[in-house]
Design a protein around this ligand. Sequence first.
Ligand code: SAH
Ligand code: SF4
Ligand code: F3S
Length: 464
Amino acid sequence: MSRPSDNEARRIFVRTFGCQMNRYDSERLVEILGGQQFVAVEDYRKADLIFINTCSVRDKAEQKAFSYLGRLKTLKSNRPELVVAFGGCVAQQYGEELLVRWPHLDLVVGTHSISKVPAMLARYEVTGERQAWVDFSYDFGDEPDGRSQLWKPEVSAYVTIMRGCDNFCTYCIVPMVRGRERSRPSGEIIREVESLIECGVREVTLLGQNVNSYGQGVSGEVDFAGLLQRVAQVEGLLRIRFTTSHPKDLSSTLMRSFADLPQLCPHIHLPVQSGSDYILQRMNRGYTRDHYLRLVKELREMRQDVGVSSDMIVGFPGESEEDFRLSLRLLEEVRFDGLFSFKYSDRPQTAARLLDGKVEEEVKLERLQRLQALQEQITLEKNEAQVGQTTLVLVEGPSQIGGSQLSGRTPQNRVVNFKGSPHLVGEEIHILITIAHAHSLEGVVCLEENVNLKIAKEKSWCGR
Ligand code: SAH
Ligand code: SF4
Ligand code: F3S
């Protein structure tokens, strides 16, 4: 695929909200439209097509998407030829009614319809017809196989290995907006990883709402541990990560992969959601607090340096102060390396919406603050324990903190900032950790340990 020259190209601006699945879909969209003479731009005011990829996991996320859409009204009335498209989970949830509610919106693109965008655009350009495409018709293979030109050069890339979710946790809207769980054929995944390596990628993160159930019910397909083994055989791949794991499906075989596969980073994101069995049961999570603690113990026995991060919800319907304290205690017992925590938010079509015992907003806020304060202290202590240690960092690019700082991540997924030459981007190098912050580390390049590093003078990246 060749890149269109600037005078023939149309420009797309994508704003992505939500999880890595949405980011992956946005990347695929830009790549698909790259074949239709589109180039991605950083300034939405210069775009011919603005695509908003939305998240509906909590009410706040949904409101953010609508407020972004609302802000485009003036731009669209000044430039009627601009195409405004709304995609992702909120688009899937409301479908066609969005076209009625938002007269400046042209296209509604559901979670299964990314590959339909070129056809929708073509029709819009010929007929001017505003359209919504939100049926669950997606199949793997609908998009071009492999990745020939990346949106942006990246050291680390996402690869979707499954879509949808069948777990129906009672608080969660994802199964309603992403549809039933489907595993992507492993051959397709491997081809995509190989094509990413050719584009200069060194690390892949395999994505799914519950990667542990990969391949279940597909005859002749490998399971997730088997998939990891196949991905690890791809030549040139330095690091493998995956997310998200569901504790109810985390098998010992899979845990053993951390010991067996050198490319597999010792980090697992294992959302626990609550430390109370009563709440876990009301959430339909399918495991107990004890089971979760046993999993963490086994993981640490399997690979002593494994980093464990998690998600937690506070103020789920029926959560008493005592239930909440069990969550705090779980944090103290596990000592997560990182935690994402959220106030429970009622979502349409979910079972929890109908549960009694709703917790008041100020109680939820107060619990969230207590939980986050405790975790901040734990994360900082764990980061401080890194000071004086030397660790392997995969260099991803310039640091957000600016200057001549570069940024990368440790195998356990800690962010490390340090001074270094831009030629180090894409290399795995030894860094001595010197300073710990709450959310990142600082370090210096260890000259002695890196003597054998041979850096290609001219790196070629697809998309550059
Ligand atoms: N598939 C993943 C994550 C899905 S959504 C998993 O099984 O864990 C990401 C996180 O959002 C969830 O882990 C949960 O902590 C949070 N979340 C989902 N629905 C929510 C809701 N209604 N209110 C608050 N947080 C929610
Ligand atoms: Fe939502 Fe549960 Fe599925 Fe995760 S496993 S996406 S929390 S229903
Ligand atoms: Fe949000 Fe949809 Fe992901 S609801 S968390 S963008 S699957």
